[in-house]
Write a protein that binds this ligand. Structure first.
Ligand code: CP
Ligand code: NVA
Length: 330
């Protein structure tokens, strides 16, 4: 595997062998971190972290991963830069390429991160767009591999809004790695037909399967992984809450749904999750619609099948693998 100098914009750009190589590198870096073995593979380099949307996991993971690898970081928050307001993406790309060795970008359209990469002369990593969240899916794949010892043939069911970044990226990740992917949602929430067609073509070569199902109980039957995400994503207007709750409440991950899955099944979520009313939005929306939880009940989130915190930790190890592979010749 030689990924030196490459961008990481979406998993579709990577071969199954390259994804597998990144997972192996992440597992190795995770073991080194746990054993206290230094791994300063990118000593003396610096990276810029652009966040046009807020973050906990992705920002912290990039910062800690960079520091562990011996690098410096600069965080540009949603209000703290000229990007898009006074300076174009193309100009920003060329300015930052002169100062930094790599650029992370979290924002809105995938086109923006693709444009940044086009004009940058250093690697660009996608930290989430509306369409894709590839660093998250790499962490998810590592978590599944740790739990089941393999990826091929694993049955992953994604419940809820499957046409946004998480549903799209999980479908791509499963297609690439020969997994059995199911999107379970009302018709309007299925991924775009063009992306499905692209993933079907990938699946034909890897032995993966893709299924689109409207019935939650049928979709969950014998699943190895039940995955969900928020019903309203960053950047979407508050007005959509009402229709989302009406349309997606039948797809809530609760104990009854988990009972349909295989006995060894795990629950996964990219986080943050609305599993109780202990957040400002959880409380406000919960009171407005009379709900204790949204996409996942507290019982499942806190239950023995939930691997969400292992998954969150793996964000750091997998992002570290991406940084090390694209910035050094590991
Ligand atoms: N899962 C994830 O990307 O979390 P953050 O929004 O906190 O980075
Ligand atoms: N779909 C969510 C993912 C957050 C990590 C969002 O875009 O807000």
């Amino acid at each position: 595997m030689n990924l030196y100098g490459r961008d990481f914009l979406k998993l579709l750009d990577y071969t199954p062998e390259e994804i597998d190589g990144l997972l192996t590198l992440a597992a190795d870096l995770k073991a080194k971190k746990k054993a206290g073995v230094p791994h300063r593979l990118c000593e003396g380099k610096n990276i810029a972290l652009i966040f046009e949307k807020t973050s906990t996991r992705t920002r912290c993971s990039f910062e800690v991963a960079a520091h562990d690898l011996g690098m410096g970081t600069t965080y540009l928050d949603p209000a703290g830069s000229q990007i898009g307001k006074k300076e174009s993406i193309a100009d920003t790309a060329r300015v930052l390429s002169g100062i930094y060795d790599g650029i992370e970008y979290r924002g809105y359209g995938q086109k923006i991160v693709e444009e940044l990469a086009k004009y940058a002369s250093v690697p660009v990593w996608n930290g989430l767009t509306n369409e894709f969240h590839p660093t998250q899916v790499l962490a998810d794949l590592l978590t599944v591999r740790e739990r089941f010892g393999r990826l091929k043939g694993i049955r992953l069911v994604y419940m809820g809004d499957a046409r946004f970044n998480m549903g799209n990226s999980l479908m791509v990740g499963c297609a690439k790695m020969g997994m059995q992917f199911t999107a379970c949602a009302p018709q309007a929430y299925f991924p775009a037909p063009e992306l499905v067609a692209e993933c079907e073509a990938v699946a034909a070569g890897t032995g993966a399967s893709l299924r689109f199902c409207k019935d939650p109980a049928e979709a969950a039957r014998d699943a190895d992984v039940i995955y969900t995400d928020v019903w309203v994503s960053m950047g979407e207007p508050d007005e959509v809450w009402e229709s989302r709750i009406r349309e997606l409440l039948p797809y809530q991950v609760n104990a009854a749904l988990m009972r349909q899955a295989s006995p060894g099944a795990v629950f996964m979520h990219c986080l943050p999750a609305f599993h109780d009313r202990k957040t400002a939005i959880g409380r406000e929306v919960g009171e407005r619609f009379g709900l204790e939880a949204m996409e996942v009940t507290d019982e499942v989130f806190e239950g023995p099948q939930s691997v969400v915190f292992q998954e969150a930790e793996n964000r750091m190890h997998t992002i570290k693998a991406i940084l090390a592979a694209t910035l050094s010749e590991v």
